[in-house]
Ligand binder design. Structure first.
Ligand SMILES: [Zn+2]
Length: 162
């Protein structure tokens, strides 16, 4: 009988531990995304950044300083700081927006979603971490990847390699 009670205590302790671990894992996963209210985003971003990142706006072509940025460095999300592109992936597309032929990571940093707005069929690109709108991706890139990530400069922050 004592043995049985011991066994029960052992099993429940084990199950309890497992549950705690599971909730810890969930916590870590949740921390890798950033969810803020519209008000919090408004405080965190400039109005023009908010319009692009949170309202899927598009900045005026050729308006971004990043169009002419060709220094070595990393382009991160202006909303949450997630690393999205590196300078080696940038190319001059002459389309008026900063363009890249690939992204950092294995496709998990940037979410792709069909976009049927304005009577066009396009693929929207979104920061996986904060859900911020970045721009669109097209299959007409001139480099080996064949991809053109057309990105609003306002949704990016450039961190120059020192
Ligand atoms: Zn982000």
């Amino acid at each position: 009988m004592v043995k049985l009670i011991c066994a029960i205590i052992f099993i429940s302790a084990f199950t309890f531990c497992k549950c705690q671990n599971a909730s810890k894992e969930k916590q870590i996963k949740m921390d890798s995304t950033l969810k803020l209210t519209n008000e919090e985003w408004q405080k965190r971003l400039l109005p023009e950044q908010y319009d692009v990142l949170r309202n899927k706006g598009t900045e005026k072509p050729y308006s971004s300083e990043l169009n002419n940025e060709y220094s070595k460095g990393v382009y991160v999300c202006a909303g949450c700081g997630a690393e999205l592109f590196n300078s080696d992936q940038k190319f001059e597309s002459h389309c008026g927006w900063p363009s890249f032929d690939n992204e950092i990571g294995k496709g998990t940093n940037i979410e792709k979603k069909p976009d049927f707005s304005y009577g066009m069929i396009r693929t929207e690109i979104i920061c996986s971490k904060c859900g911020g709108h970045l721009g669109h991706i097209f299959d007409d890139g001139p480099t080996v990847t064949g991809k053109r990530y057309c990105v609003n400069g306002l949704s990016l922050k450039f961190i120059k390699t020192p």
